[in-house]
Each structure stands twice: as C-alpha cells, then as structure tokens.
Write a protein that binds this ligand. Structure first.
Ligand SMILES: NC(=O)c1ccc[n+]([C@@H]2O[C@H](COP(=O)([O-])OP(=O)(O)OC[C@H]3O[C@@H](n4cnc5c(N)ncnc54)[C@H](O)[C@@H]3O)[C@@H](O)[C@H]2O)c1
Length: 325
C-alpha cells in the first residue's frame, strides 16, 4: 500500500473519526478511546510508536478500543477546572474526544490550562475553552451555559468540581462562613446542574452529570476540623440522588465521585502549614498513600460516557479504602 504523507493521514483520521461506530444512545458517535501507545500494525493509519499523541489516535474510527468510552463530538462543561482536579479531569475528557468548557471564578486559569488547550487543538482535534464564572452568580451561570449549548446545538455533560474548603472549629464557625460553604459547594453545584439540565431537556437530548463530592461526605475526617465542608459534601450526595430521580425520565443521569485525599496545589499548601499531615494522612487508608488528581481521570470519562449508561443516583467512592476502615 502506498504510504500517505503525514498531513493526509491526519485528515483521513479526522474523517474516519466522524463515522458512527457504536450507538447505545442517540447522540454517541465515532472514535474509540485508546490509552495505549502500542503500534497498530494492522492499520494503514498507524503512527510511529515514538509519537504518543499519534499512537493514541491510531485507533480512531475502529472498534478496537472500548468504543463506549468515546466522547468525540460531545460537549462537556467542567466547573472548577482552572486548576487542580477539575483541570486534570477536563484533560481526560479532551483526550477521549470531547469539546470541553472550563468554568471557574478565577480571572485567569493556571498556566497548565493553556498548555492543555494547545494540545487539544493541535493533537486531539478538539478544543478547550475558559469562561470566568462564579457558580453563585445564577443569572451569569445560565447565560454562559445557554450560550455554550446554543453555539454547539448540544450539551452532553457536566463535571461539577468547583468547591471550597475551610478549616474552623465548629464552635467558632460563623453563619456567614457556613453559608458561603453551602452556597458554593451545594447551591452552586445545584444551580450549575440545573442550568445544564434545562438545556439538555430543551435540546431533547440525554446527558450525564457528575458532582465531585468527597469521602468526607461519608465520614468525619480524623484530625481535620471542617463540619461545614463535610456536611456540604454530604448534601451533594443527596442532591445527586434526588436530581437523578427527577431527571431520569429525560435521559439525564446524575452521579457523584467521592475522592479521598488528593495531592493538589491546595493540599500542598496545607502540608506547609501542617507538615504532620503529610505523614499521618497516608496511614489512614488501606493503600498507605495519598492520591494524585490523575487517578480520577478514568472516573470522569466513565461517568460522562456511554460506558456508564445504566448508572444513575450512584456514588463512585475512590478513596484508597479510607472510609471503609
Ligand atoms: N483535594 C482533595 O483532597 C479533595 C478531596 C475530595 C474532594 N475534593 C473536591 O474536589 C474538587 C476540586 O478540588 P481541588 O483539590 O482541585 O481544589 P482547588 O482549589 O485546586 O480547585 C477548586 C476550583 O474551584 C474553583 N472555585 C471555587 N469556588 C468557586 C466558585 N464560587 N465559582 C466557580 N469556581 C469556583 C476554584 O477557583 C478552583 O479552581 C472540590 O470540589 C473539592 O471539594 C478535593
């Protein structure tokens, strides 16, 4: 077979990727998601093994790699994605083919955002956008989410990762601080989901919503005094179950992810203040270590994709066994 020049191979790949190959729901299309770097020797479109991005896309449009994880053409909103867990999960969704909108209150996302956005465009054939929004500002939230849905004529998913944490002894907690916690972590998550669901229903399409809760929704953390945070995350669990029960008839699934301790920039800062936690926390789970944001990539892709098509009102507890001890 005549070898095509690189640019032609890229164009061909993009075309093949648009082909519908798996259709458990009305909206899914196209390419399979592959995390492997192994060369596909059977495909004329196979990329050299040294080129990671190309080898990841070497299975585009084939049925070889778990097509139900495929997110190509899907439009997904991730709140709190200017940095930390939200940003890492957004990157995973992009790698699975989605167009992703990061919504966050920070005026500027972390420098990593721009690196990922460039990669999305150049290597993944998709796009990563940033919108500054405070999830407590409901009119603005609706305006931004409506505009995204209108631009693409679809809205397929939401990962609600925006959240705040505050350590204060319960006897000293002010109503103002507690209200802020519930406003961002509970009401903000609720209103974001509402804005997204309204558009999904208007567009008559199915969709998936995943809230980032916490293992702290299930247990009180030893040595971490944060009554308001923990109860706000417990509220997210119950919110998720109720939204799932109301919106299931529209084909909208609602689930939660409950992470254990994740070493994000926020937690690194905490370790500077309380160095003993760096030693103590890993001992509190069954794996004897803390998690990295990358260990939640698969959960986000799973919940946003048809791989979880029969899952709703559920919680994915990913905490190294912390809350089961
Ligand atoms: N780090 C952990 O150990 C851990 C464990 C369990 C759950 N979580 C949850 O995971 C999520 C992400 O946490 P992270 O560790 O990446 O923290 P982070 O502070 O790095 O990220 C949170 C993001 O949310 C944004 N945000 C905060 N308030 C907002 C608002 N009102 N409107 C819009 N955006 C807002 C922040 O600007 C930030 O970019 C949070 O919901 C957190 O509660 C974190």
């Amino acid at each position: 077979m005549r070898l095509l020049p690189c640019s032609w191979r890229r164009i061909l790949r993009a075309r093949v990727a648009r082909k519908v190959i798996y259709q458990p729901s009305a909206v899914i299309s196209s390419r399979s998601f592959a995390t492997t770097t192994k060369k596909d020797t059977s495909s004329p479109l196979a990329a050299p093994p040294t080129d990671l991005a190309s080898s990841v896309t070497a299975f585009l449009g084939t049925k070889k790699r778990l097509p139900e994880f495929n997110l190509i053409d899907k439009v997904i909103v991730v709140t709190g994605a200017a940095r930390g867990l939200g940003l890492v999960q957004a990157q995973a969704l992009l790698e699975a083919g989605a167009t992703v909108y990061a919504l966050d209150r920070l005026p500027e996302p972390s420098p990593d955002f721009h690196t990922i956005a460039k990669r999305a465009e150049k290597e993944l054939g998709t796009s990563f956008h940033y919108r500054q929004i405070d999830v407590r500002d409901v009119p603005d939230l609706n305006k931004v989410v409506d505009a995204i849905a209108e631009k693409h004529g679809r809205l397929d998913g939401l990962v609600a990762a925006a959240g705040i944490q505050q350590e204060t002894p319960a006897l000293e907690y002010t109503a103002e601080d507690a209200n802020r916690m519930y406003q961002v972590n509970c009401t903000g998550a609720f209103m974001t989901a509402q804005a997204v669901a309204k558009n999904m229903i208007k567009l008559k399409q199915s969709g998936s919503i995943a809230f980032i809760a916490s293992m702290s929704a299930h247990v009180a953390n030893r040595g971490l005094i944060c009554a308001a945070y923990n109860s706000s995350k417990a509220g997210v669990l119950q919110l998720s179950r109720n939204l799932a029960s109301e919106w299931g008839v529209h084909g909208i699934r609602v689930n939660t992810i409950s992470p254990g301790y994740i070493v994000t920039a926020m937690v690194e800062e905490l370790f500077k203040q309380y160095p003993e936690r760096k030693e103590e926390w890993p001992k509190q789970n069954m794996l004897g270590r803390l998690s990295s944001p990358e260990e939640y990539r698969g959960a986000a892709v799973f919940l946003m994709s048809d791989a979880s098509s029969f899952m709703t009102a559920s919680d994915m507890k990913i905490d190294g066994g912390h809350s089961s001890w």
